[in-house]
Design a protein around this ligand. Structure first.
Ligand SMILES: NC(=O)c1ccc[n+]([C@@H]2O[C@H](COP(=O)([O-])OP(=O)(O)OC[C@H]3O[C@@H](n4cnc5c(N)ncnc54)[C@H](OP(=O)(O)O)[C@@H]3O)[C@@H](O)[C@H]2O)c1
Length: 271
């Protein structure tokens, strides 16, 4: 039997997408709205929030996810407009500060964790108290494929996203069976946040990926919306890698693979 997102229970549900005005968050908000959900987008730029909310026939709340009063404001706005809050997509993030960890400024480090880890927790707490504890719901946290390995100058981002992934699992355990909590971990996607990575050498980067192209926001949105829908109603605590095969490429191109390659001509001793 085929099913559509609308059939998978998103129709008339209420969803919040943080950072929903552009990039991956915008694509998620569009998909949710297309599935019949009532959508609230957030971002810092108030004009973008107003425009996006109007385009999606939803509502918006402007401000930084890291502002102490922001999660409460968002939950109150959603409850007052829609009377429920079924889906939370924690998508807004910062990939700064850059640089070696030995030079990491404590305030900048704390700011990264405030946006990438603390804010998702606060929003889920608010949604839980206002609606999900009694009625259930689904949370999807947008992490990153990059948190699975180390890289130069992105230690604060990678560490905070790895913490978000663990937060996902911890919340999945604590909030079951009422609320499902999952992660989507994107590879390189064509958005503003990653422009400095893909713009200078997209062709070369794409050629190095098993699926031959970098990601588009909607590649990630489809996975997020699927996890938020009833189609995924026996999935919680999962991390869905949506990376065009980046992780496979990494596994097959490192020095370890050269070692494995030698196995082709390796004759094991008789045992
Ligand atoms: N693009 C990639 O290659 C990639 C790869 C792996 C993971 N990701 C993850 O995917 C998610 C979305 O990233 P993206 O690439 O779509 O980024 P993007 O195109 O730069 O969009 C970011 C969105 O978040 C909002 N935002 C940023 N900081 C915010 C804050 N402090 N409070 C509230 N809203 C905030 C932005 O609006 P304002 O600027 O107006 O606030 C915008 O709507 C992030 O969690 C990112 O870590 C992206």
């Amino acid at each position: 039997m085929t099913s559509s997102y609308a059939q998978d229970g998103l129709k008339d549900r209420a969803a919040v997408v943080t950072g929903g005005t552009r990039g991956i968050g915008r694509a998620v908000a569009e998909r949710l709205a297309a599935a019949g959900a009532r959508v609230c987008v957030t971002a810092r730029d108030a004009q973008d929030v107003r425009r996006t909310a109007a385009e999606l026939d939803g509502i918006g709340v402007s401000g930084s996810v890291a502002d102490p009063g922001h999660p409460r404001e968002v939950v109150e706005a959603v409850m007052s407009a829609f009377g429920r809050i079924d889906v939370v997509v924690n998508n807004a993030a910062t990939n700064q500060p850059y640089g070696p960890l030995m030079e990491a400024d404590p305030d900048a480090w704390a700011a990264a964790f405030a946006v990438n880890v603390e804010a998702p927790l606060r929003l889920v707490q608010g949604a839980w108290r206002a609606w999900m504890r009694e009625h259930g719901g689904a949370v999807v946290n947008v992490c990153t494929e990059g948190a699975g390995h180390v890289g130069p100058n992105v230690g604060a981002y990678g560490t905070s996203k790895a913490a978000l992934l663990h937060l996902t699992r911890q919340l999945a355990g604590e909030l079951a069976p009422k609320v499902r909590v999952n992660a989507v971990s994107p590879g390189l996607v064509r958005t503003e946040m990653a422009r400095f990575v893909w713009e200078p050498g997209e062709e070369r980067l794409a050629a190095g990926l098993p699926l031959g192209r970098i990601g588009e926001p909607d590649d990630i949105a489809r996975a997020v919306v699927w996890l938020a829908s009833d189609a995924a109603d026996w999935i919680t605590g999962a991390d869905l890698l949506v990376d065009g095969g980046t992780r496979v490429r990494t596994a097959y191109s490192g020095p370890e693979y050269a070692v494995h390659d030698r196995l082709r001509s390796y004759a094991p001793p008789r045992s």
